[in-house]
Write a protein that binds this ligand. Structure first.
Ligand SMILES: C[S@@+](CC[C@H](N)C(=O)[O-])C[C@H]1O[C@@H](n2cnc3c(N)ncnc32)[C@H](O)[C@@H]1O
Length: 284
């Protein structure tokens, strides 16, 4: 089954729901919640947890290679990655659908005396930027959450310079993490819909899409026709159950599940090919 794209006006309504969802809680902030009153400590804690769980980010993003480059990050969350572009000496631009994320990123930048262009914006319509403007377009865990993913990739292509690179992370299907969500909310709740339909209702923001490597490559190739394209799948925190559970999964039985989860088998039998993290690196 192909990933679901949402057309027209209903897509705009869905985007408003997605925006509302992320305005309530900026993703990643729960990892620093106990230090919320000490803002430096708060951001440090968020970052520590982030790079333990999403251990592959530094190697994929290569922040240190961005010095002097013009970088656009779309979908900023707490700005953990975004400040790394700025620290590395990039001319950094950031856009997020929500004012909650933008406020947090601006706070973080000012704590470090860093300057960057950060504002609300939509991956599907990067109207602030001309064609052929950026050296790097980066977006981690965002474009599969927007209703018209293909349009967002088209926008990334438009704003990149020839020779510029696009780096994305999508959620991968089939994956262990996706299968766990499907099991929990599908068969265990007598919901017999296709796995991807069940997952869409229960992972993060509404209508989340999981993509196969083949679907992603096909979609990217509609714009980036000739440039080198690399895709990799990796086991992430959702596959290994190493992430901090949200409020709805609090309680002794969830702790027990996390303790007895057969991580060794997941690592050594399933392996990265069934990981949820799907990285995409392509040159315009
Ligand atoms: C899952 S979080 C990921 C944030 C960050 N990249 C990270 O890894 O922590 C998704 C973020 O993307 C933003 N977002 C969702 N759809 C977007 C869109 N169409 N344009 C810009 N930002 C979007 C949300 O507001 C949210 O901050």
């Amino acid at each position: 089954m192909a990933a679901i794209e949402s057309p027209g006006a209903s897509a705009e309504a869905l985007k408003a729901t997605i925006k509302d969802f992320w305005e309530q809680e900026v993703c990643g902030t729960r990892n620093g919640a106990e230090y919320a009153s000490d803002r430096r400590r708060f951001f440090e804690q968020i970052d520590q947890v982030r790079y333990e769980q999403d251990y592959m980010i530094p190697n994929f993003a290569r922040f240190e290679q961005a010095a002097g480059k013009r970088v656009l990050e779309v979908g900023l969350g707490t700005g953990a990655d975004f400040v790394r572009w700025a620290r590395a000496g990039a001319e950094a631009y950031g856009r997020d659908l929500t004012s909650a994320s933008v406020a947090l990123v601006k706070e973080r930048l000012s704590l470090e005396n860093l300057t960057a262009d950060v504002a609300t914006g939509d991956a599907e319509n990067l109207r602030d930027f001309p064609d052929n403007f950026f050296d790097i377009y980066y977006s981690w865990g965002v474009l599969m959450a927007t209703p018209n993913t293909e349009k967002a990739i088209g926008e990334a292509y438009r704003v990149l310079k020839p020779g510029g690179t696009m780096k994305l992370m999508f959620y991968h299907y089939p994956s262990i993490g996706g299968a766990l969500v499907w099991l929990l909310y599908g068969p265990l709740h007598r919901d017999w819909r296709w796995p991807r339909e069940v997952i869409a209702d229960h992972v993060e923001s509404p209508a989340m899409k999981y993509y196969s490597v083949r679907d992603v490559r096909r979609m990217v190739r509609r714009y980036f026709r000739d440039g080198p394209l690399e895709t990799h799948t990796l086991l992430g925190a959702g596959d290994l159950l190493t992430h901090r559970f949200s409020e709805k999964y609090r309680g002794a039985h969830w702790e027990l599940i996390q303790q007895i989860y057969p991580r060794w088998l997941v690592r050594h039998i399933a392996g990265h090919r069934l990981g949820t993290v799907l990285t995409i690196h392509v040159t315009k």
